[in-house]
Design a protein around this ligand. Structure first.
Ligand SMILES: [Zn+2]
Length: 299
């Protein structure tokens, strides 16, 4: 059975007026609840001390007490700020951490997911681009602290660069950051991941998928992680209003399968998170997230 962490607060904790498609979580959950291979799990709040594994204490404290300065709130972009956003953030971050704990307990090529998270634009001491704390970075650190994990691969296939993740692990050879993204998309000042693969605006399935297949073949021989965190943003879709790549729904299914085949042959536990999905209509993103987690669940 494939475990998928989700909580209604993923949607309800954001203001309906926020410039963010908050309904995607609820809609994707509605679709995936029909899948008998998937067991839904409800995350609790993360321990506030665990946030310090990847974040600055002053930043954490200011966020938790509602004292973030206006310019930091603006950079996160989830306006208007809701009262529930602190609770939502603690729960959503723990969805990824809980999934990581689960796959490490099971071992082998176990997979689990968070129907949210992938908050890769969050830096050590500030949030950015709809991201507050970096769930990927925290999950990697929890895995190292509590499970004896030595090396982690963060494979970020969102259309936007995983800039916060890259910056947090810039000088850390134990966490390999790999980002496939569109050059013309946010963030406009890119950070340096261990490997950045940049595509031009308009790149479609053929070039993207052959590049990914070649990378995974090389990677299998090069780096042997104890844990893989797959940020599976679907804003690479042609219908996405923020992303400038032009992948199809079929192309994204092939993308996911390439990653899951890699996980299977490497026999490494893997956590799958969401990422961007700003499709017009929103159902195109929801369908792609439905495909992602159904594929992870094995069909
Ligand atoms: Zn994105």
């Amino acid at each position: 059975m494939f475990k998928l962490w989700h909580h209604p607060i993923y949607t309800d904790g954001l203001s309906p007026e926020a410039h963010f498609p908050r309904e995607r979580y609820r809609l994707a959950a509605d679709v995936l609840q029909q899948n008998s291979e998937i067991v839904f799990e409800t995350p609790s709040r993360i321990e506030p001390d665990d946030l310090l594994l990847a974040h600055d204490r002053d930043f954490r404290d200011a966020f938790l007490s509602g004292d973030l300065p206006e310019e930091k709130v603006r950079r996160i972009g989830l306006k208007p700020w809701s009262e529930e956003i602190v609770e939502r953030t603690l729960i959503l971050t723990n969805g990824t951490v809980s999934a990581a704990r689960h796959v490490l307990e099971v071992g082998g090529s176990a997979k689990a997911g968070n129907l949210g998270g992938g908050t890769h634009h969050a830096y050590y001491d500030f949030g950015s681009g709809y991201c507050i704390f970096n769930d990927l970075a925290i999950a990697a650190r929890v895995a190292q602290r509590d499970f004896g994990v030595e090396t982690v691969l963060i494979l970020d296939l969102d259309v936007h660069q995983g800039d916060g993740t890259a910056a947090i692990f810039a000088n850390d050879p134990t966490v390999r950051t790999v980002s496939f993204h569109c050059r013309e998309n946010f963030p406009f000042r890119k950070m340096k991941s261990d490997l950045d693969v940049e595509f031009s605006k308009g790149t479609g399935d053929a070039e993207y998928l052959s590049t990914l297949a070649a990378f995974l073949e090389r990677e299998a021989a090069l780096f042997r992680p104890d844990l893989i965190l797959y940020q599976a943003g679907v804003d690479t879709l042609k219908t996405d209003r923020l992303g400038h790549l032009e992948l199809t729904r079929d192309g994204l299914q092939t993308r996911n399968q390439l990653v899951f085949d890699f996980v299977e042959s490497a026999q490494v536990p893997c956590v799958i998170t969401m990422g961007g999905g700003y499709g017009v209509p929103i159902e195109t993103s929801v369908d792609a997230f439905g495909d992602l987690f159904s594929q992870a669940a094995g069909g």
